[in-house]
Structure formats: structure tokens, C-alpha cells
Design a protein. Structure first.
Ligand code: CU
Length: 156
């Protein structure tokens, strides 16, 4: 438990810059710029490379969201979609296994085992809130594989 608390403090300090960035997210979520899948979900294209997760938008409207995750790295990754437990990406973390503790988080879904130069999709029905996109393969979260995305209340 001590270890978990320590990492929360550390991660909170590191994340201050990320929180400022996401305040510009409203523009990206405007309907005119939004990509919609054939099934009517909002499409979020996510690139994974060099331990960095980069979605093409920082905010989407609530409802069906399809994450299309492309692994541009030379190693396997995964991408979990997790409810944030604060304004930032601090989540319960176990240093003894170098992973986020998955039975202590609320995870609507994931794209598992994305091979290099491959991609995968997951479509989720997301209520408004802040979410963390992360890779939970051993050591990857700690190496920086996490980012935030906001799901905003839809207008209609
Ligand atoms: Cu990874």
C-alpha cells in the first residue's frame, strides 16, 4: 500500500502539464471535425510508438466511441480504456509487478496484444468523464504509456 501511495504523488506531479493541455480539447470535439464510423460511433485514431500513446483528439462526446489503435512500435503493446480516479492519470500501481492493479480500476474495455505494425479496435459506450488510455504490459505504464481523454456530455 505504501508503494501505491508514493507512485500516486509522483505521477500527480508529472501530470500537471497534461492537465493544462487538455483544456483546449473543446475544439477537437466539435462535430464538424469529428469522424464517425459506419456504425455511428465517434472514431478516435490512436497511435502507439516509443512508449507514447497519442490519440488524435483529447475529447469526444458521450456515447459510442471506437478506438482504432495502430502500433507503430517494434514491440507488442495494448491499450486499456480506464475511468480516471482523479483529474490526472494516477491509478493504483504495484511496483512489485510493474503494472497498474487491474482489479482496482474501472476498465470499460481494451484492445489487447497489438503486434508491431498492426492495429486493433474496440467500441465502447462511454458516459461523460475523464478516462486514461494506457498500456499495462510490464513496465509500460511507468515508462510513460498513458494519456487522458475526456468524454463530454453530448448536446443532443
Ligand atoms: Cu506497451
Amino acid at each position: 500500500m505504501k508503494r501505491v501511495l508514493r507512485v500516486v504523488v509522483l505521477v500527480s506531479l508529472l501530470s500537471l502539464s497534461v492537465v493544462t493541455v487538455s483544456s483546449c480539447a473543446k475544439v477537437a470535439a466539435s462535430p464538424s471535425l469529428r469522424q464517425i464510423t459506419a456504425g455511428g460511433a465517434t472514431l478516435v485514431n490512436v497511435d502507439v510508438n516509443s512508449y507514447i500513446i497519442t490519440p488524435n483528439t483529447l475529447a469526444v462526446p458521450a456515447g459510442k466511441v471506437t478506438f482504432h489503435v495502430s502500433n507503430r512500435d517494434a514491440i507488442v503493446h495494448e491499450m486499456l480504456v480506464v475511468h480516471a480516479q482523479s483529474k490526472s492519470f494516477d491509478l493504483p500501481y504495484d511496483f512489485s509487478i510493474s503494472r497498474v492493479v487491474e482489479n482496482q480500476i474501472n476498465k470499460p474495455g481494451e484492445v489487447p496484444n497489438i503486434e508491431p505494425n498492426a492495429s486493433g479496435d474496440v467500441t465502447l459506450d462511454l458516459p461523460p468523464g475523464r478516462y486514461v488510455l494506457l498500456c499495462n504490459l510490464v513496465g509500460h505504464f511507468q515508462a510513460g504509456m498513458h494519456t487522458l481523454i475526456d468524454v463530454l456530455p453530448s448536446d443532443n
